[in-house]
Write a protein that binds this ligand. Structure first.
Ligand code: MEV
Length: 311
C-alpha cells in the first residue's frame, strides 16, 4: 500500500513576533508551494526515511529521538498505540525553502501526519492535526505561538491569537502577493529569543511596539476585507518598520521592501521570523511579473507569486 499527502507553505500578512506575546496575527496558506510525504509498506521490518532534499536516507531508529521526523512518527505511533507489523518507507520532498519564514518545518510535519493518518486509515480533524504539529514545533522553536501549525494544518487564511479559537478569513477580493526570498536564513528560534531579550530589557518600549503592530493587524485586515489595498499596503510597510525596530530585519530585507515600494507596490514587509527569509509585497495582478523582475534585480534569490481569496 502507498499513501501520499501534502501541506502548503504559509506567509504572515501582519503581526509576527507580537503574536508570540498574545497579540493577533493574520496568516495565509501558500497552496502553490508545498511539502509532500509518501508512505509505502516494505518487506524489511524497518522504518526507512528517504529525504533526498535534506541529504538523508536511512533507518528511522538511527535518527536522534529529537529529529523532527522521528519525533513526529514516534508521537503518532505512540499516541495511537500502533505497533508496526511491517516495515515502512517514508519519503519526503519539499518545495519550501528552509528557515525562510514560509513554515517549512510545520509543513513537513503536517504532510507526515496527514500521510500517517491516511496510511493507518484513522480519521482526523484539522484541529487534531494542528495540535500534533504544534508538539513538533515546540521541540524545535522553543516558544512558538502556534500560528504556523494552525494556518498550515487548516490550510486556511486565519486571524490567530494564542489560546483563542481561530477565526477563518474569507477575502472578498483576490489579493495578489509577490514573495521574494532573500536567500538569507536565520532560525526563527534565534530571532524570537532576540525579541525576548529586548522585551526583558526594555519591556515598556517593546510593549508599545507590539501595540502598534496590533494596530497594523487590525487596520490592515479591515482594509483587506474592504478591498482597500492602498491602506492594507500602508499597514504592511508600517508593520515592516516596527519589525525593523525589533531588530528582526536586515539590510537585504529592507532593500527588497524599498524596491517593492519604489516600484509602486501597495506595500511590503518581511514575513515570518525575519533577519532573512522572505519579503511579501501587495500588488495588482497585471504588475506581478514586473514586480518579480524588480525584486530579482534588487537581490532576491527567487520570487514566487500567489493569489489569495476569490476572483
Ligand atoms: C514564525 O512564522 C512567526 C513568529 O511570530 C514566531 C511564532 O509565532 O511562533 C516569528
Amino acid at each position: 500500500m502507498e499513501t501520499t499527502a501534502s501541506a502548503s507553505s504559509k506567509a504572515i500578512l501582519f503581526g509576527e513576533h507580537a503574536v508570540v506575546y498574545g497579540y493577533p496575527s493574520v496568516a495565509v496558506p501558500l497552496p502553490e508551494i508545498r511539502a509532500n510525504a509518501k508512505i509505502k509498506d516494505i518487506k524489511r521490518k524497518k522504518v526507512i526515511i528517504d529525504m533526498p532534499d535534506f541529504g538523508k536516507t536511512g533507518v528511522f531508529k538511527e535518527l536522534a529521538w529529537e529529529h523532527p521526523i522521528r519525533f513526529a512518527v514516534d508521537l503518532f505511533l505512540s499516541g495511537h498505540k500502533i505497533t508496526l507489523q511491517n516495515g515502512l518507507c517514508l519519503s519526503l520532498h519539499s518545495e519550501i525553502p528552509i528557515a525562510s519564514g514560509m513554515g517549512s518545518g510545520a509543513a513537513i510535519s503536517t504532510a507526515v501526519f496527514k500521510a500517517l493518518f491516511a496510511h493507518f486509515n484513522i480519521p482526523y480533524t484539522a484541529k487534531k492535526l494542528s495540535e500534533l504539529v504544534f508538539e513538533v514545533e515546540k521541540l524545535h522553536h522553543g516558544t512558538p505561538s502556534g500560528i504556523d501549525n494552525t494556518v498550515i494544518a487548516y490550510e486556511q487564511a486565519v486571524l490567530f491569537r494564542k489560546d483563542e479559537e481561530i477565526q477563518r478569513i474569507n477575502f472578498p477580493k483576490t489579493i495578489h502577493l509577490v514573495i521574494a526570498n532573500s536567500g538569507f536564513t536565520t532560525p526563527t528560534k534565534t530571532t524570537v529569543s532576540d525579541v525576548a531579550w529586548l522585551y526583558e530589557n526594555n519591556s515598556t518600549s517593546v510593549t508599545d511596539t507590539f501595540a502598534q503592530i496590533e494596530q497594523c493587524v487590525i487596520l490592515g485586515l479591515e482594509a483587506l476585507l474592504l478591498g482597500d489595498l492602498e491602506k492594507a499596503g500602508e499597514m504592511m510597510t508600517e508593520n515592516h518598520q516596527l519589525l525593523r525596530s525589533l531588530t528582526v530585519s536586515n539590510e537585504r530585507l529592507d532593500q527588497l521592501v524599498d524596491a517593492a515600494n519604489s516600484f509602486g507596490a501597495y506595500g511590503a514587509k518581511l514575513s515570518g521570523g525575519g533577519r532573512g527569509g522572505i519579503v511579501i509585497a501587495l500588488t495588482e495582478a497585471e504588475h506581478v511579473p514586473f514586480l518579480k523582475h524588480t525584486l530579482l534585480n534588487a537581490g532576491a534569490e527567487a520570487c514566487y507569486s500567489t493569489k489569495i481569496g476569490s476572483e
